[in-house]
Write a protein that binds this ligand. Structure first.
Ligand code: DTP
Ligand SMILES: Nc1ncnc2c1ncn2[C@H]1C[C@H](O)[C@@H](COP(=O)(O)O)O1
Ligand code: MG
Length: 193
């Protein structure tokens, strides 16, 4: 089954919490027809199912911690296999969160051709998430958990960007700009593939 996805076009979308990853991915889907897989969305769907595993995940996510690597990687892999026959390419949003996740993904699935780095200032991300929290219903869009997520991003996820910079596949977009301007830079990065 994994053979079906080994030659797929894979883009990792990485950035801090609230930087605008999901917002840009939606626009890529509309323009390029890629398949958007957000690890956070996959995990929230499992929580929403009410399963025993979902309950354990909810407790972890509510604290702003990372869920175990195998859990999230298996979910992404299954979702990719399900779309393999129809997908023009995959946007893997919110993964890898740490270097080890990238290494395991490459062993079990394949190599990314691009890492899209959606960059915004810490204070901007906090403001956006507090605003989003007014309507999102996300249990982790609150001041305490946002701080934890941000700290973890700087500690665990920023090294991922350095790791892929070494391979020359990182394209950084300035997500302080208005959404459509950010997207014009995202489009350039994708058009260059
Ligand atoms: N360039 C932008 N300018 C202003 N607001 C933006 C911009 N991009 C996104 N937003 C808004 C939309 C949302 O309400 C909020 C967070 O964006 P979103 O795309 O959900 O971030 P994200 O997917 O990186 O966060 P998370 O990691 O928490 O899932 O900020
Ligand atoms: N790749 C991931 N590894 C571990 N945990 C993850 C991953 N993606 C999402 N999660 C958990 C932990 C996050 O705080 C929440 C929300 O993710 P988000 O990308 O902000 O929707 O889910
Ligand atoms: Mg998101």
């Amino acid at each position: 089954m994994a053979d079906k996805i080994k030659d797929a076009k894979i883009i990792f979308v990485v950035g801090g919490p609230g930087s605008g990853k999901g917002t840009q991915c939606e626009k890529v889907v509309a323009k390029y027809g890629y398949t958007h897989l957000s690890s956070g969305d996959l995990l929230r769907a499992e929580v929403g199912s009410g399963s025993e595993r979902g309950k354990q995940l909810q407790a972890i996510m509510q604290k702003g911690d990372l869920v175990p690597l195998d859990t999230v990687l298996d979910m992404i892999k299954d979702a990719m296999i399900a779309k393999a026959d129809v997908s023009k390419g995959f946007l893997i949003d919110g993964y890898p969160r740490e270097v080890k996740q990238g290494e395991e993904f490459e062993k079990k699935i394949g190599k990314p051709c691009l890492l899209l780095y959606v960059d915004a200032k810490g204070e901007t991300m906090v403001k956006r998430l507090m605003k989003r929290g007014e309507t999102s219903g996300r249990a982790d869009d609150n001041e305490e958990t946002i701080k934890k997520r941000l700290d973890l991003y700087y500690k665990a996820t920023e090294p991922v960007i350095a790791f892929y910079e070494g391979r020359g596949i990182v394209r950084k977009v300035d997500s302080e700009l208005p959404v459509d301007e950010v997207f014009s830079h995202v489009s350039k990065a994708i058009d260059a593939l």
